[in-house]
Design a protein around this ligand. Structure first.
Ligand code: ADP
Length: 401
């Protein structure tokens, strides 16, 4: 199987994309990646080549009426033009696979309907992920599409890690802990097996710290516990999400503050976390540069909660051999890593300050009892690998008849 694979990660106002060349002999080669931001307001497209150099940039004026679908159409036309109409498939990041979907799946039959039924479990992500699939179907009905799930990597966790302490009837309906960021964790676990196979065979916590943030306890390459649960609200403090919160606090918002379900959803997903605590920004760069005491407090809370949840995952793992930082904050914010590691010094973690400042791949000292690494994630490459494997499988499958 050879051709160009497009990977899409569609959000409410942004569309991230990446292009790979798939070739039986050479494997996958990154061609370009980019992002359209400000969809619905004033879209802004930036495309970069594999080395990160900007190769295309375009801004649309406010009120141009560009939608997800029209922007996607422009993107597909451009790709087909550049790739010589060699586009063989599209891989999508889909946040929720529910109980039925964990392995990547080709969009066909009733798959899209079954994924649509999961929208209430990820109301801020799933509808946009699926809208991109529908848009590609409308524009290019014959183009194969593959969904990869953020929940997939966690599906084989022990039952005790997946259970919510609610009545069984609700668990039977699918109310359980799923976990997210699985595409990133799968990529990091595989990358770790390439660069440090001994550590990858051991007990590792991976900290995916971006706008959304979670930790995953990985034992011998398998997810055994994670901080996100039934929804992407659980666990760590995030850019605008609250993370773990006393359920009684939510009852209080309903019963005594008389807030509607929509208002509570907006509060917990979009106005809380770093933004809510700092009152300044959800962006870690801005907070680290700010002298505002509330910004400092938000950063401290972010680090405190990472260390606290990491302590819980050390218990799930029965010890710790490695800690890996990834995603926007994890890969680029030495000060934040230092704060987290200082709080975890009781585990025997010792950080090499210079290596940490340089964002080196290994930032712990030689005598640290726990190896601490920085591994850049690549969710798009992971999606492309799955899409290429499924496309090759389908191409090789005997035709029935
Ligand atoms: P998303 O979850 O949207 O994919 P990212 O993984 O891109 O998010 O991470 C975004 C976060 O990473 C933002 O809070 C941003 O401030 C932070 N970040 C990116 N670069 C740096 C940096 N050099 N120093 C500190 N924080 C950074």
């Amino acid at each position: 199987m050879s051709g160009t694979i497009l990977c899409l990660n569609a959000g409410s106002s942004s569309l991230k994309f990446a292009l790979f060349r798939a070739d039986d002999a050479a494997g996958l080669t990154a061609l370009a990646h980019g992002k359209i931001e400000g969809i619905g307001i004033a879209p802004h497209l930036v495309t970069r080549d594999a080395r990160g150099r900007v190769i295309a940039e375009r801004r649309w004026a406010r009120g141009d009426g560009e939608t997800h679908e029209s922007l996607l159409q422009g993107l597909l036309e451009q790709i087909e033009h550049d790739a010589g109409r060699d586009l063989v498939g599209v891989g999508h990041r889909v946040v929720h696979g529910g109980s039925d979907f964990f392995a990547p799946v080709r969009i066909a039959g009733d798959v899209l309907d079954r994924l649509t039924a999961l929208c209430p479990l990820a109301p801020l992500h799933q509808p946009h992920n699926l809208a991109a699939i529908r848009a590609v179907t409308a524009l290019r009905p014959a183009l194969p599409q593959i969904a990869c799930f953020d929940t997939g990597f966690h599906h084989a966790q022990p039952a005790v890690a997946q259970r919510l302490a609610l009545p069984r009837s609700l668990a039977d309906e699918g109310m359980r802990r799923y976990g997210f960021h699985g595409i990133s964790y799968e990529y990091v676990a595989r990358r770790l097996a390439e660069i440090d196979p001994t550590l990858a065979a051991g007990r590792v916590i991976v900290a995916h710290l971006g706008n959304g943030a979670s930790l995953c306890a990985i034992d011998g390459g398998r997810s055994i516990d994670t901080t996100m649960g039934f929804t992407t609200l659980d666990g760590l403090v995030m850019g605008t999400r609250c993370g773990s919160i006393d359920p009684g606090a939510i009852l209080y918002l309903f019963q005594h503050k008389r807030m509607t379900a929509e208002a509570v959803e907006h509060l917990l997903y979009e106005q809380s976390g770093l933004l809510g605590v700092s009152g300044v920004s959800s962006d870690m760069r801005v907070l680290l540069d700010s002298a505002d005491p509330h910004a400092r407090e938000a950063v401290e809370l972010f680090a405190y909660r990472i260390a606290r949840e990491a302590g819980a995952l050390v218990s799930s793992l029965g010890g710790l051999d490695g800690l890996v930082f990834t995603a926007g904050i994890g890969e680029n914010a030495p000060e934040l890593r230092l704060r987290v590691c200082a709080r975890l010094a009781w585990l025997g973690i010792a950080i090499d300050a210079d290596a940490n400042r340089r964002n080196d791949p290994l930032i712990s000292t030689a005598d640290s009892r726990v190896a601490v690494r920085v591994v850049p994630t690549d969710e798009e490459l992971m999606i492309a690998r799955h899409a290429a494997a499924l496309l090759a499988h389908d191409a090789n499958a005997p035709t029935s008849g």
